[in-house]
Design a protein around this ligand. Structure first.
Ligand code: ADP
Ligand code: ASP
Ligand code: MG
Length: 436
């Protein structure tokens, strides 16, 4: 008998009919002889709707109240799903994040899980019942208040519970058939990836491929939880996220030969991710002398903004001044700008520019470490599409570029084609969801 943690995303439980359909899948897994723990997200776009509602009440609501509001979404879906499962003759009980023992720090809105103590979930399984847990939420023990884990956080709940319970697998059910070489909503010719390492999935998730939340992948890698990303709308096998590139080429690993062969066949590139959630700040006319970059990024960090890419231009010899641009989450823009305005006199820069019409494309692949010419091919594809590159950054297995937001989709398609990733067997299916 296996212990399976299944997570169903919002688009899989968007209405009553979908909730009943998901209940059937849960019943099937249970009747097949498994112990089943389910994590569920809020129905459809409920979380976005709640955010919109709050914005109509208050521009900057207290974070504690915001989290109490948002956790309501998952309470609705968990109880309805438990009702639907019970209707099928399978005993099921729903639990909030705090009831399930998901303990977090106090960072409301983006709390980190510090421990999972799933006593009630264990007891439920021992009784032969299905436990249905509200994703995306936990409890800050110090204050005894509910917290949320950041957007897409139900994935993290599922992985943390799978690790805490020692589950055999964590299945992430969503509205596409797995992890693809690009978002199928933008690239219909994207190909399903059968297996991907934690490292590659981390880079894809960090670069905007929202099919898995970044923290969920981090957690899965830390605790070695294998993830199976698949569709709740079809029976097709999805994508297995497991292992590391190092394990795969370890000749002493079990089935070493076979695995080595697998790696030989692994493509150079795993996929192209895109992200529209960032903005760009440019600080112009910065005096080109030691300590200026340090000061600028000190104040930006103190404003609570996580920066991503940075570009510093060569200074113009005539003026001894330079421009520094960086990207950051769009929502952090106002506080970073305010912090920079406060040090205008001290740093002596000339101007601040804010640009939220940027998009980021990232090409990810473990194979690029050992293959020259990947950047040249990427830049060539973007040039041939007539699209300008505004910023570039790289890691060992990723190259990212910033373009105008309205050119991003076209750039993603051009790069996807240039690396031979287009599928020959028809279009990828997007079963549901609004892509919001
Ligand atoms: P859920 O509601 O199940 O959590 P999400 O909307 O969070 O679903 O994530 C699934 C969506 O992720 C897909 O519908 C797809 O548009 C998007 N996506 C982005 N990049 C990828 C990718 N590389 N592979 C698959 N889906 C992707
Ligand atoms: N409902 C939350 C969100 O929309 C959590 C999740 O879907 O994973 O971000
Ligand atoms: Mg999600």
């Amino acid at each position: 008998m296996a212990l399976v943690v299944q997570k169903y995303g919002g688009s899989s439980v968007a209405d009553a009919k979908s909730v009943k359909r998901v209940a059937k899948r849960i019943a099937e897994a249970k009747r097949a002889g498994n112990d089943v723990v389910v994590v569920v997200s809020a129905m459809g776009d409920t979380t976005d709707d709640l955010l919109d509602l709050a914005a109509q009440i208050s521009p900057l609501p207290p974070k504690r109240e915001m989290d109490i509001l948002l956790t309501a979404g998952e309470r609705i879906s968990m109880s309805l799903l438990a009702m639907a499962t019970n209707n099928l003759g399978i005993k099921a009980k729903s639990f909030t994040g705090p009831q399930a023992g998901v303990l977090t720090d106090a960072a409301y809105g983006k709390a980190r899980i510090v421990d999972v103590v799933p006593h009630r979930i264990r007891r439920t399984i021992e009784k032969g019942q299905v436990a249905i847990v509200a994703g995306f939420q936990g409890v800050n023990q110090k204050e005894d208040d509910v917290t949320t884990l950041g957007r897409g956080g139900s994935d993290t709940t599922a992985v943390a519970l799978a690790a805490g319970l020692g589950a055999d697998v964590c299945e992430i059910f969503t509205d596409v058939d797995g992890v693809f070489t690009a978002d199928p909503r933008i690239v219909p010719s994207a190909r399903k990836i059968h297996r991907v390492t934690y490292e590659e999935m981390l880079e894809l998730a960090a670069s905007g491929a929202k099919v898995l939340a970044l923290r969920a992948v981090e957690y899965a890698r830390r605790y070695g939880v294998p993830l199976h990303v698949r569709s709740s709308f079809s029976g097709a096998p999805g994508t297995l996220v497991s292992g590391t590139y190092g394990d795969l080429i370890d000749p002493n690993a079990p089935d070493g030969d076979e695995q080595e062969e697998d790696v030989m066949e692994d493509p150079l590139i795993s996929g192209v991710a895109h992200d529209r959630s960032e903005a760009k700040i440019t600080v112009t006319g910065v005096p080109d002398k030691p300590g200026m970059a340090a000061r600028i990024f000190e104040v930006v960090a103190a404003s609570g903004s996580n920066i991503d890419m940075i570009v510093q231009n060569v200074s113009a010899a005539s003026t001894g001044r330079t421009d520094i641009s960086f990207t950051l989450p769009e929502g952090s823009g106002p506080s970073a700008l305010a912090a920079l305005r406060d040090v205008k006199g001290e740093v002596g820069y000339e101007n601040l520019e804010f640009d939220d019409q940027v998009g980021k494309l990232s090409l990810v692949g473990a194979g690029m470490k050992s293959h020259p010419g990947v950047s040249a091919r990427l830049f060539g594809a973007v040039r041939d599409a007539g699209i300008n590159i505004e910023m570039i950054s790289t890691s060992e297995i990723r190259i990212s570029i910033v373009t105008r937001a309205d050119s991003l989709d076209e750039a993603v398609r051009a790069v996807h084609t240039a690396f031979g990733l287009d599928s020959a067997d028809g279009e990828a299916v997007v079963y549901a969801g609004t892509g919001r």
